[in-house]
Design a protein around this ligand. Structure first.
Ligand SMILES: CC(C)(COP(=O)(O)OP(=O)(O)OC[C@H]1O[C@@H](n2cnc3c(N)ncnc32)[C@H](O)[C@@H]1OP(=O)(O)O)[C@@H](O)C(=O)NCCC(=O)NCCS
Length: 153
């Protein structure tokens, strides 16, 4: 879905990446498709995906040539605790600082707060590089059945 470079222009200037803190113009079906292609799909419908972003404390969306190529969002009480989630960079745009920039922008809105996240083992080193430290006793549980409740659209 995402064209990184025009064929035959390997030495061309890399396409511009821009960042938005609002969700205007996001095509949720296209984003859900691209998440699935990248195997970063947790089963949300397009409507659930949109609702989970819309209900967040802060969001960051990275764009390139009219396509969403990165996302990150935080849940927060606005005082002391925040949870970073849905950090994704399209596989064609990785290792260019997109996640670093999205997290930097979100962090600007979390001054004085403690940011938590759950990292896959493969990503621990990436988050270390972004200033996070491991918390050895993270715990979680799912209430009822995953993604099944009357409010989740
Ligand atoms: C994890 C992910 C969001 C990183 O996105 P990204 O835009 O490529 O990350 P950045 O380019 O901003 O890199 C951030 C730092 O991590 C490092 N890094 C990124 N990918 C790396 C990799 N595969 N191996 C080692 N280091 C890596 C970068 O070098 C950078 O550190 P530096 O600035 O000190 O050099 C991306 O790989 C992704 O979307 N993965 C699939 C979804 C996922 O697992 N999300 C996280 C859920 S916990």
């Amino acid at each position: 879905m995402v064209n990184d470079q025009t064929p035959g222009t390997a030495s061309a200037t890399p396409p511009e990446i821009t960042y938005q803190d609002n969700l205007d113009w996001v095509d949720w079906a296209a984003l859900n498709h691209d998440l699935a292609v990248d195997r970063f799909d947790n089963g949300r419908s397009n409507e659930q995906l949109e609702k989970s972003f819309a209900n967040s404390y802060a969001t960051c969306v990275a764009w390139c040539r009219g396509q969403v190529i990165g996302t990150a969002r935080v849940l927060s009480d606005g005082v002391c605790n925040a949870y970073l989630i849905d950090v994704w960079t399209s596989s064609k745009f990785r290792r260019r600082g997109v996640a670093r920039e999205m997290i930097r922008r979100l962090s600007e809105r979390l001054d004085g707060q403690h940011i938590y996240l759950q990292a896959d083992p493969d990503n621990v080193d990436i988050y270390r590089r972004l200033g996070f430290k491991e918390q050895p006793s993270g715990m979680s549980k799912i209430v009822g059945r995953w993604l099944t409740n009357s409010n989740s659209a």
